[in-house]
Design a protein. Structure first.
Ligand SMILES: [Zn+2]
Length: 402
């Protein structure tokens, strides 16, 4: 099928292409009849679009290529996205780690790397490392920079969506005023589109699409680690707030007489329930070298002190989550991060406060669960953000092939 030079039919065709690509992405593989059913487009429109997408190298017909029909499968049943259609990259910066993952357009991971690094201390060094790991994952998958359809980058701080700049002067001091998307693309020496977002937002998308949030459209995800951050999914869409600052759950007031927080306020939730506070509370019993990982392992093994600080931290977080739940009415609360998930103590404490402080109607409709993706939630959310950006994919391909 040849390209239509006029705009109106092109935009309809582009919308239809996006719909078909979307349907293939969410189902993994499908027949032409499946696609017609899922998109509401006619069989003949689907046939035309599929021929075009196959010609463009975006879709493969596995029944044709592998003779699956002859083995009893439905002829033409196995349409799927072609690996050569491109790859998506996700980068997750924590305060002390960097993770990079490369995936095909069905979100299947092709290669992955992790590095311990002081992300807060030097933005330049962290971005250098991200570019290096990106080249490594591409090489491992046998792909080049030109195969990237886009990248998502998560940072543990508020991101100004309009400018892409890191917004807060206190959370990530060395990153302030920088534009990580631009600097990263410069380091790669390739004009790859980079979406930068808060790490808790990416983790929220990850859990919502692939983990503990599947099937729910109103989800609050809470990342409990050295900091405490939340992602808010309303009617299936992330709520980022005016300056990208929504979800700073760690900085709601817990104790007006409490410690001064790193944000400058007093008695924030993070000062009583963040990992560094919990480790300090356990120093007398476990010494100064206890790590967050060690704390969780000890709690799982039944250490009374470790479980106690987790239950108390959970009560404090649950107090804030009860208020948030009364206001937003989410159907699911997902607790992730280094301290969420594995040991039940934190969730027990949260449930206690929810039971005490949430309205009965709210309590009856909200489900509290641990995260399922662990430390990979941010990466998977980032990948889904890139892969879900079908307009970009379809436009890029249409531009390059026509
Ligand atoms: Zn604070």
């Amino acid at each position: 099928m040849s390209a239509s030079p006029d705009n109106a039919p092109l935009s309809t065709r582009r919308r239809n292409r996006v719909q078909v690509l979307d349907a293939l992405r969410s189902s993994g593989s499908a027949s032409r009849a499946d696609l017609a059913r899922r998109t509401g487009l006619s069989r003949s429109t689907i046939s035309g679009l599929i021929s075009e997408l196959i010609a463009d190298g975006l879709v493969v017909d596995r029944a044709e290529t592998a003779g699956v029909g002859a083995q009893g499968g439905r002829p033409g049943a196995l349409l799927s996205l072609d690996r050569s259609a491109g790859a998506a990259l996700a980068i997750d910066f924590g305060h002390t780690h960097l993770r990079v993952a490369l995936a095909d357009l069905s979100a299947e991971i092709l290669a992955e790397r992790e590095l311990k690094i002081d992300v807060d201390g030097s933005a330049s060094a962290a971005l250098d490392a991200a570019a290096k790991l990106t080249r490594e994952v591409l090489a491992e998958a046998g792909l080049g920079l030109e195969d990237l359809i886009g990248a998502a980058m998560g940072l543990p701080g508020p991101i100004d969506r309009a400018t892409g700049a890191v917004g807060s002067s206190v959370i990530l001091p060395d990153w302030v005023g920088r534009n990580p998307a631009v600097e990263f693309a410069e380091r790669l020496g390739h004009p790859v589109g980079v979406i930068v977002d808060n790490d808790a937002n990416l983790a929220t998308l990850g859990e919502a699409r692939f983990g503990a949030g599947i099937g729910a459209s109103d989800v609050v995800y809470v990342k409990v680690a050295s900091g405490i951050g939340a992602g808010i999914l309303l009617s299936g869409r992330l709520h980022r707030g005016a300056a990208g600052s929504a979800g700073e759950l760690g900085h709601v007031l817990h104790d007006p007489e409490g410690e001064i927080c790193r944000c400058g306020n007093r008695g924030c939730l993070e000062t009583v329930a963040g990992a560094s506070t919990l480790l300090r509370l356990l120093q007398r019993r476990h010494g100064p070298d206890l790590t967050t990982r060690g704390l969780v392992e000890l709690a799982v093994a039944g250490d009374v002190g470790c479980r106690r600080v987790l239950v108390d931290a959970g009560r404090a977080i649950g107090r804030a989550l009860a208020d948030l739940s009364n206001v937003l009415g989410p159907e699911r609360l997902v607790i992730g991060g280094d301290l969420g998930g594995e040991d039940s103590s934190l969730l027990d404490g949260i449930q206690e406060s929810l039971t005490r402080f949430a309205l009965p109607a709210v309590l009856g409709s909200v489900e509290l669960v641990g995260g399922k993706l662990g430390s990979r939630a941010e990466l998977l959310g980032g990948l889904s953000l890139v892969i879900g950006d079908t307009e970009r994919l379809s436009s890029a391909r249409m531009g390059s092939t026509r």
